[in-house]
Design a protein around this ligand. Structure first.
Ligand code: 26Q
Length: 828
C-alpha cells in the first residue's frame, strides 16, 4: 500500500480526461477522497469499485457533453429506441474497453495493490430486462453509439429488476433484485427533467373558441416521471449517447388536505401508489400478464418519452408538425405500442392539430419490431381495463380503428371476415385491444428479427397487413455486440485473433473472415485449441464455485443457456442426457466422448412447467453425477442465476451451443450468435436466426436436426400422436419411463407426472417427434469431437464467418431501411 496517498501523487486531480496509468491512479485517489470521503487503508471493495467507476464516469461525461453539443448544433435527426426493458450488464469493464483504456486502468489498479477482477466483480448489474428482447435493446444502444448515430434509448428505471435466482433442493426460488442498494455511479438523476403523466379519469368533449370540436382528458391521478440518464459510450469513438430511464414519483409527496385532517397514512398512500409504477420489472417474458400495473408502466414510459421528445422538438421546430423530422421512434415489440395513441393525443388534443396531418406525423415517426410468433404471446388488453386507465386513448384507438376499417372496406368490399381479422379490436370473448394491430397501423415500417421470422410474419401472423401494405414490411436480423460478447468476455480468443489477423475486425466484424485462411494452419489450430481449453478450465472453476460440481475441462462442454420455456425444449436436452446415461450404464465401454452438459436460465415465477423442468435437470444431475459406474463420462450442471455478468463466464467455455426450439417458435435467438462468436459449434433446428447462422458458417460446420416449419405444420395438421414415438422408439421409451417411474425422484411417480403426461398427451412443442433426429445428431457431434483437427477447423470457421451477426450490421440496416438516419461525427 506504498504511495497510496494523494500527497505522494503529484497533481492528483479530477476533471482530467487522460487515460494513462498515472492518470488512472490520480483520478482513482481523487475520487476515493473527494467523492466518497474514504482513504485507502479502510476503503471497502465497494468504495474502491466506486472510486474507479467515478473516474471512468468523468471521462464519459466529457465525451457526453461534446456529443450533446454536436447534436444540438447540427440539429441532428435522432433515433429513439423505446423499450420496456434494457438488460445492460455491468458497465465498468465495458466502458473501459470502449474508452480504449482497459489495460491502463487494470495496471493502475494492480500497481495500487488491488485485484482488478475483484473490482469489476463488485458491480451489481442493472437487470432491467427478462432476456433476449431486453438484451437486444442493450446491444442496440451500444451499436448506435459505436456507429455515431444520434440516438437515445428510453426505458423504465425499475427499482427491482429481474429477480435473482437461487436453487433450493433443485427448485428455483426468486429473491428480490436490490441492484441499487450500494448506489449507481453510472446514472445522473435529472430532477428538473420531469414529466407529468395522467392516469384514469374521464374525457370531456367541447367546442373551443374557434368553433373546433375538442376533447379534454381529466385524469383521476397524476404521477411524475423523473429522468435518470446513463451515458452509453461507443467503441473507440467520441460519441457518448444516453439511455434515459424514467422513475415514477408522486406529484405531491403529501396530500396536505389529508395531512391537515390528521390522516397521515392517507397522505403518504398516494405517494406510495405513484412510486409503484417503476417499482418492479414484470418477470414473465410473454404477454400473458394482463395486469393494470403493467399497462400503467407501459403508458408511463411512453408518455414520459414522447413528452420529452416533443419538448426538444419545439426547442428548434416552429410547431409539432415537424416531430417526425426530428425523431424516428422504434417500438421494441408492442410493450410501448400505446405510443401511437399517445402521440395522436399530444398532437390533436394538446397542440390542436387536425386528425389527418397528426396521423401522417405519427405514421412517419413510428417503426414496429415484432419479437414473437406465438399467437398466445401477442399482447391484448381488455377494453374495460384499458378504459379505466386510459379513457382518452381508448377513444383515439376507436377512431383510428374506424378510419382503418373504412379503408379496409374500401379495399376489400364485402369481405367482413377480413375486417374482423384486421380490426384493432378482438371481438371474441370479452372485447380486447390487439396491440400488434395498433402498432402495425400506426407505423410506416414493420419488421421481424430474423429472415425466417419475417417471412412467417408476412405470411401468417400479420398476413392481412402484408396483403394491404407489403411495402411496410422489412427484415432486420438481430445482432449482438462483439465488444461485450467477444472482446470483454474472451480476452484469450481476442488476442489470438488479433495476433493472427490484426485488430481491424474490432471495428468491422466482417474482417474476421481473414481467419478462414488460418483454419488450415496446424499451428494456429493448436493455439486455438489451447485457448479453448483454458476457457473450459476457467468455466469448470466457475461451475465448481457456483455448484460444487467438478467437471473435466478435457470433456465436451455442451451448453444450453436461455429463459426456460417449453418451446425452447430444455427437456429435449434432458431426454438426451438420460439416453446417454442409459447407454453408459448398459455398456461402460460404449463409444461416447466425455461430456459436460451445462444449463442456466430463469423461469417465470408463475410458469409451473418451466420450474418443474429446472427441478428435473437437478434431479437427473443428482443421479448422473453421483453414479460411480459412469464416473467421468457424463456430468450435468445447472449454473444458478443466469444474467449478463454470469453469461460472460459461460460463452467462452462452450464447445456446443444448444439451439433446439421447435421450428417456427423462436423468433431469432441471440445466444446462438454469442456462442458461435466464441467458437462453439451449434446443434440446432431450422428456427430463427439458426437458419442464417448455418448458411453463414457452412452446413458442414453446423449440426442440423429436426423438423422444418413446414413439417411441423404438416404433422400437426395430420393430427400428431406423440405416444406413437414413445411406443416405437425403445431408447425414448426407456428415458421417459425412467422419469415416470421415479428413477430421478426416489421412486416418487407423482413429481414429474406433469412433464410425462404433457409429452405423452399433447406434446405441443413436438419434443418426441424430434427426439430421434436429435439423438442421432448428438451422436454425430460425439464423433466429430473425437476428431480434434476437424472440430477445431469448424470452430475457427464459425468465428471467421459470424461477422454479419454483429449488432453494428443490424443497426446499419435500421438506419438505412427504416430510420433514414446518418452518422454524425463528434470531434475530440
Ligand atoms: C408483455 C406483457 C406483459 C408482461 C410481460 C410481457 C413481455 C415481457 C418480455 C413479453 C415478452 C417479453 C420478451 C420477449 C423476448 O425476449 N423475446 C425474444 O426476443 C429476442 C430478441 O429479438 C429474440 O431473439 C427471441 O427469439 C425472442 O423470444
Amino acid at each position: 500500500m506504498a504511495n497510496l496517498h494523494l500527497q505522494n501523487l503529484p497533481m492528483a486531480e479530477s476533471g482530467s480526461a487522460g487515460t494513462s496509468v498515472e492518470d488512472w491512479k490520480k483520478a482513482f485517489l481523487w475520487n476515493l477522497y473527494y467523492v466518497l470521503g474514504r482513504f485507502p487503508e479502510t476503503a471497502s471493495l465497494n468504495d474502491k469499485y466506486l472510486a474507479l467507476a467515478h473516474s471512468v464516469r468523468e471521462r464519459l461525461l466529457d465525451r457526453w457533453v461534446k456529443t450533446s453539443e454536436t447534436y444540438y448544433r447540427k440539429k441532428a435527426r435522432t433515433a429513439c429506441y423505446l423499450s420496456a426493458e434494457f438488460l445492460l450488464g455491468p458497465h465498468l469493464g465495458n466502458n473501459l474497453l470502449n474508452l480504449g483504456a482497459y489495460d491502463e486502468a487494470k495496471q493502475a489498479m494492480e500497481e495500487l495493490g488491488f485485484n482488478f477482477e475483484d473490482l469489476l466483480d463488485q458491480e451489481e448489474e442493472p437487470g432491467l430486462g427478462n432476456g433476449g428482447l431486453g438484451r437486444l435493446a442493450a446491444c442496440y444502444v451500444d451499436s448506435m453509439a459505436t456507429l455515431e448515430i444520434p440516438a437515445v434509448g428510453h426505458g423504465i428505471r425499475y427499482e427491482f429488476g429481474i429477480f435473482d435466482q437461487v436453487i433450493r433442493d433443485g427448485w428455483q426460488v426468486e429473491i428480490a433484485d436490490k441492484w441499487l442498494r450500494l448506489g449507481n455511479p453510472w446514472e445522473i438523476p435529472r430532477p428538473e427533467i420531469a414529466m407529468t403523466v395522467g392516469l384514469g379519469g374521464h374525457t370531456e368533449h367541447y367546442t373551443d373558441e374557434n368553433g373546433r370540436y375538442r376533447v379534454r382528458w381529466i385524469p383521476q391521478r397524476l404521477v411524475k416521471g423523473i429522468a435518470h440518464d446513463t451515458p452509453i459510450l461507443g467503441f473507440r469513438v467520441n460519441t457518448a449517447n444516453m439511455l434515459r430511464l424514467w422513475r415514477a414519483e408522486a406529484v405531491n409527496s403529501f396530500d396536505f388536505q389529508s395531512f391537515n385532517t390528521g390522516d397521515y397514512y392517507g397522505a403518504v398512500e398516494e405517494k406510495v401508489g405513484s412510486e409503484t409504477i417503476s417499482k418492479v420489472l414484470y418477470p414473465n417474458d410473454s404477454g400473458l400478464e394482463g395486469k393494470q400495473l403493467r399497462l400503467e408502466q407501459q403508458y408511463f414510459l411512453v408518455s414520459c418519452a414522447l413528452q420529452d421528445m416533443m419538448r426538444i422538438t419545439l426547442q428548434t421546430a416552429p410547431d409539432p408538425s415537424h416531430f417526425h423530422e426530428k425523431y424516428a421512434v422504434q417500438l421494441n415489440d408492442t410493450h410501448p405500442a400505446v405510443a401511437v395513441a399517445e402521440l395522436m393525443r399530444l398532437l390533436v388534443d394538446e397542440y390542436g392539430m387536425d386528425w389527418e396531418p397528426a396521423w401522417e406525423v405519427t405514421r412517419r415517426t413510428m417503426g414496429y419490431t415484432n419479437h414473437t410468433l406465438l399467437p398466445e404471446a401477442l399482447e391484448k388488453w381488455p377494453i374495460g381495463l384499458f378504459e379505466s386507465v386510459l379513457p382518452r386513448h381508448l377513444e383515439i384507438i376507436f377512431e383510428i380503428n374506424r378510419r382503418f376499417i373504412d379503408e379496409v372496406r374500401a379495399r376489400y368490399p364485402g369481405d367482413d371476415e377480413r375486417v374482423r381479422r384486421l380490426s384493432l379490436i378482438d371481438e371474441t370473448g370479452g372485447r380486447s385491444i390487439r396491440m400488434a394491430h395498433l402498432a402495425c397501423v400506426g407505423s410506416h415500417a414493420i419488421n421481424g428479427v430474423a429472415t425466417l421470422h419475417s417471412e412467417l410474419l408476412k405470411h401468417e401472423v400479420l398476413r392481412d397487413f402484408n396483403d394491404m401494405w407489403p411495402e411496410k414490411f422489412f427484415n432486420v436480423t438481430n445482432g449482438v455486440t462483439p465488444r461485450r460478447f467477444l472482446m470483454l468476455t474472451n480476452p484469450g480468443l481476442t488476442k489470438l485473433v488479433s495476433d493472427a489477423i490484426g485488430d481491424g475486425w474490432t471495428r468491422d466484424l466482417d474482417k474476421l473472415r481473414l481467419l478462414e485462411a488460418k483454419a488450415d494452419e496446424l499451428a494456429f489450430r493448436d493455439a486455438w485449441r489451447s485457448v479453448k481449453r483454458q476457457c473450459r478450465e476457467a468455466f469448470a472453476a466457475e461451475i465448481l464455485k457456483k455448484t460444487g460440481i467438478t467437471t473435466d475441462p478435457a470433456s465436451l462442454f455442451d451448453v444450453q443457456v436461455k429463459r426456460f420455456h417449453e418451446y425452447k425444449r430444455q427437456h429435449l436436452n434432458v431426454l438426451h442426457i438420460i439416453t446417454l446415461y442409459h447407454r453408459l450404464k448398459r455398456d461402460p465401454h460404449c463409444d461416447a466422448p466425455a461430456r459436460t452438459v451445462v444449463f442456466a436460465g430463469k423461469a417465470a415465477p408463475g410458469y409451473m412447467m418451466a420450474k418443474l423442468i429446472i427441478k428435473l435437470i437437478h434431479a437427473v444431475a443428482d443421479i448422473v453425477n453421483n453414479d460411480r459406474a459412469i464416473a467421468g463420462r457424463l456430468r450435468v450442471a445447472f449454473v444458478p442465476d443466469y444474467n449478463v455478468k454470469n453469461s460472460q463466464r459461460i460463452f467462452p467455455g462452450a464447445d456446443l451451443s444448444e439451439q433446439i426450439s421447435t421450428a417456427g417458435k423462436e423468433a431469432s435467438g441471440t445466444g446462438n450468435m454469442k456462442f458461435a462468436m466464441n467458437g462453439a459449434l451449434t446443434i440446432g433446428t431450422l428456427d430463427g436466426a439458426n437458419v442464417e447462422i448455418r448458411d453463414a458458417v457452412g452446413a458442414e460446420n453446423f449440426f442440423l436436426f429436426g423438423m422444418t416449419v413446414d413439417e411441423v405444420q404438416r404433422r400437426l395438421a395430420e393430427c400428431y400422436r406423440p405416444y406413437e414415438h414413445y411406443r416405437s422408439d425403445e431408447e425414448l421409451k426407456e428415458a421417459i419411463d425412467a422419469i415416470a417411474d421415479g428413477a430421478f425422484s426416489n421412486g416418487d411417480r407423482e413429481l414429474f407426472r406433469p412433464i410425462v403426461d404433457n409429452l405423452l398427451g399433447t406434446d405441443p412443442y413436438m419434443v418426441l417427434a424430434d427426439y430421434r433426429s436429435y439423438i442421432d445428431c448428438q451422436d454425430k457431434v460425439g464423433r466429430a469431437w473425437r476428431e480434434p483437427e476437424r472440430w477445431t477447423r469448424a470452430s475457427i470457421l464459425n468465428v471467421a464467418r459470424i461477422g454479419q451477426f454483429t449488432s453494428d450490421r443490424a443497426i446499419g440496416d435500421y438506419c438505412r431501411d427504416i430510420w433514414h438516419i446518418n452518422p454524425v461525427k463528434v470531434a475530440e
